[in-house]
Design a protein around this ligand. Structure first.
Ligand code: FMN
Length: 139
């Protein structure tokens, strides 16, 4: 059975809700899935999983959350090329530019991004379906 790590940061719960949906989609597709706060994850954990969904909302000015998520990402990024990786997160007032920048950064580091899902605020029905599909794609 494949094992999926869903690693996230969330300030007000929107990205956390997405993380639970991604994990549910992976489980429905037959995988084992763990939802893990980014502060509890590091590059030394990578070999324990077959696929990864990383979730972070738009923070700063179209940036990743800088205190906990970005240090974790800086740590895992060099080890992610060749692994199955997807990205997700919530935003509010802009148009999702942070996710474009994050994806560009990841791809410049040699990571193949299987898929991305963004949700405006709390995931609505469409975003929920997309989160579950992302999880299923990683399973
Ligand atoms: C400090 C801060 C910075 C933010 N920066 C952006 C931003 O650059 N672009 C945007 O669209 N939303 C921005 N937001 C809105 C959040 O991305 C949005 O509220 C999101 O749903 C929060 O997700 P969470 O509940 O997982 O924390 C910001 C929110 C905060 C608190």
């Amino acid at each position: 059975m494949s094992k999926v790590a869903v690693v996230f940061w969330s300030g007000t719960g929107n990205t956390e809700a997405m993380a639970e949906l991604v994990a549910a989609g992976a489980r429905d597709a037959g995988a084992e899935a763990e939802v893990i706060a980014c502060a509890d994850f590091s590059s030394s954990d990578l070999d324990g999983y077959d696929a990864f969904a990383f979730g972070c909302p738009a923070m700063g000015a179209e940036e990743l959350e800088s205190e906990e998520f970005e240090p974790m990402w800086d740590d895992v990024e060099p080890e992610l090329p060749g692994r199955k990786v997807a990205l997700f997160g919530s935003y509010d007032w802009a148009d999702g530019e942070w996710m474009d920048l994050w994806r560009e950064r990841a791809e410049a580091a040699g990571i193949t991004i299987a898929d991305t899902v963004i949700a405006k605020d709390y995931p609505d029905e469409d975003a929920s379906v997309a989160c579950r599909a992302l999880g299923a794609a990683l399973a």
